[in-house]
Design a protein around this ligand. Structure first.
Ligand code: PHB
Length: 370
């Protein structure tokens, strides 16, 4: 029954070990204001021990996908305040995922029509969705050293705004090939200043972000960090995954954020871990647990049985579930009572409006429920 035991993170008590994973749902408006439906969506799921929001742009420059939310204007903050109030009214806890897309950007998706920036003028392989159809990922303009510092400061400002909006935690999106991971990468980051070059220098952007957020938040106990070791989403490449992961874990072990959230390499048919390229990947939870003594959230297509086994082996404290939460607002109660989860409809993951967003029934509300 490990999933249903309380757990304390940064002084806040999660009522169970079930976390809703961050998921883009594309219901915000083009200016990055969260939909009024979002408060219903999140509060419907408030029995999760912790809700992590969809990725939220920290600044206009950070914002590269249409209909994703931001947290840089007062109107955006007010929208989020309504969400956190609704979640708290239902006894839940909610974390804002702070996002800068860097080079994974399309000007057509940006409310100000800005041009892309990144650690260096190196494009990622792949395409990005726009209203006009998919377009190749652009070659970004390399940020100046001063701009790198001000971008780190934007994370601090966004964290302050998130706490003003009533969030319990913020999570730094250091995964999936977005800006923080771009700085970590020896392929994306070929800078010659203190933010690039050596492996140690490539950690300096993450260090600067942690510094800024720490001073904005008065500490790091309410601040999580999400990573995707061995991943290659959004065309990110690292020549030495093992060395980079060790170094990032060393940094986090020293800085002690409130939690570490890991997207694990996926499990293949034979039960081993594989990178997207099909190479064998190590057990990243085990490596993280040995290096980092704080709470760890594991995220990797978990079902109930694997979640229990992972909590039992002690390498993670919390388990994040993604798509099952889309189609099961009462996922926690279903897992507790051994009731199968309802299937999700992929065709409405990123559409507009309530269909596939706030209209999935709970067992209690389903018309056929007896
Ligand atoms: C997306 O919007 O497609 C998206 C956002 C954040 C992620 C992954 C995907 O980490």
């Amino acid at each position: 029954m490990g999933l249903f035991k309380e757990f304390v993170v940064g002084g806040k008590t999660l009522s169970n070990r079930i976390v809703m994973a961050p998921m883009t749902r594309s219901r915000a408006d083009f200016q990055g204001n969260v939909s009024s439906l979002a408060l219903e969506y999140y509060s419907q799921r408030a029995t999760a021990g912790l809700l992590i929001t969809e990725a939220i742009g920290i600044s206009p420059q950070a914002h590269g996908y249409p209909f994703t939310p931001g947290i840089w204007t007062k109107t955006q903050v007010d929208g989020w305040r309504a969400v956190t109030d609704a979640v708290h009214a239902r006894g839940g806890l909610i974390c804002a995922q702070l996002w800068h897309v860097g080079r994974v950007f399309a000007s057509a998706n940006n409310p100000l029509g800005l041009a892309p920036v990144g650690p260096a003028a190196v494009a990622a392989e792949g395409q990005i969705f726009t209203k006009g159809g998919p377009v190749p990922l652009p070659v970004p303009r390399a940020l100046s050293t001063q701009e790198v510092r001000s971008t780190a400061a934007d994370y601090g400002t966004a964290a302050s705004r998130a706490f003003d909006a009533g969030f319990d935690f913020v999570e730094l999106h250091g995964a999936n090939g977005y800006l923080i991971e771009q700085f970590l990468s020896d392929e994306a980051n070929i800078r010659a200043d203190e933010f690039g070059g050596s492996a140690n220098n490539r950690l300096n952007f993450l260090r600067a972000v942690l510094d800024e957020v720490e001073s904005a938040a008065g500490g790091l106990s309410q601040v999580g960090v999400r990573l995707s070791p061995y991943g290659d989403f959004n065309g990110i490449n690292h020549s030495n995954h093992a060395d980079l992961f060790d170094r990032v874990l060393g940094l986090l072990a020293a800085r002690k954020p409130g939690y570490l959230h890991l997207i694990e390499p996926s499990v293949s048919g034979d039960g081993s871990r594989r990178t997207a390229k099909g190479d064998q990947a190590p057990d990243v939870l085990k490596i993280a647990h040995a290096a980092f003594s704080g709470p760890i959230i594991a995220c990797a297509d978990y079902d109930r049985a694997r979640a229990d086994a992972t909590l039992k082996n002690g390498c993670a404290d919390l388990i994040a579930f993604g798509r099952p939460f889309i189609s099961n607002p009462d996922l926690v109660e279903r897992m507790r009572d051994g009731i199968p989860a309802a299937p999700w409809d992929r065709s409405t993951f990123y559409t507009r409006g309530e269909k596939g967003y706030t209209d999935y029934p709970t067992l209690a509300s389903a018309p056929h429920h007896v």
